[in-house]
Design a protein around this ligand. Structure first.
Ligand SMILES: [Zn+2]
Length: 221
């Protein structure tokens, strides 16, 4: 695990920083793909967790959610408009249907699991404030800590190229995004916070938050 901000750790992945899972205090944010299950459980062994929270119910974020919740006997929480998908295991309303997402569904999507409660704008998660940021998925959430201006934004933006695997700030891929215009509106909402550190669902931490602000401003509505 890598310390990426005060009380925020990024779990190791294969490769690192491609599909991110964060441990914030005793709350696990996201759970990668179903294939990552054993790697996550190994890294979390011996930790005391109180809850598992999702930025959104896509296969690369909820894949190992049930395994983590079962192993640690902790509740699962997510955005209101992603909860039904998580509980049914049918993510087809959260992500566009195309050849890529159908293929991914088979190998990455995790089993259904009950959502203990849904999270809403202004709720608190391990010292972070919940922000509703729909677009990439209908119930997408981000997490904001004003004291050190740290933003965990899930897939509202990415900081890696999925083609070259090099660091590259950009929008989430169109083929995985439920509503592109709404996601851009959510990105502008987050940029207005002027974050110092930005932590992504995919890619390395961005320490120069102004770059994210400039990027959001460069997109058309
Ligand atoms: Zn993702």
């Amino acid at each position: 695990m890598y310390a990426v901000a005060d009380n925020v750790y990024l779990l190791k992945g294969v490769p690192d920083y491609l599909v991110n899972v964060y441990l914030v205090g005793d709350v696990l944010i996201d759970a990668s793909t179903r294939m990552a299950e054993q790697g996550l459980l190994r890294q979390l062994k011996g930790k005391r967790l109180s809850a598992h929270v999702l930025t959104h119910a896509h296969p690369d974020h909820q894949g190992a959610s049930k395994a983590v919740c079962d192993a640690f006997h902790i509740p699962l929480r997510c955005g209101e408009h992603d909860a039904a998908a998580m509980e049914s295991g049918d993510l087809s309303a959260q992500i566009p249907r195309n050849l890529v997402t159908r293929a991914i569904d088979v190998i990455w999507t995790g089993p259904a699991h009950p959502v203990e409660r849904t999270l809403h704008e202004g709720n608190e998660v391990a010292g972070f404030t919940v922000l509703e940021t729909p677009g990439h998925s209908p119930g997408h959430l981000a997490f904001w800590r004003e004291s050190d201006r740290t933003l965990i934004l899930g897939d509202v933006a990415r900081n890696v190229s999925f083609v070259t695997l090099q660091t590259e700030l950009g929008e989430p891929p169109t083929i995985f995004t439920h509503d592109i215009a709404r996601n851009r509106a959510s990105m502008r909402k987050l940029a207005a916070l002027n974050p110092r550190t930005v932590l992504f669902g995919h890619g390395q931490p961005l320490r120069d938050g102004a770059r994210f602000v400039d990027f959001a401003a460069s997109l058309s509505a």
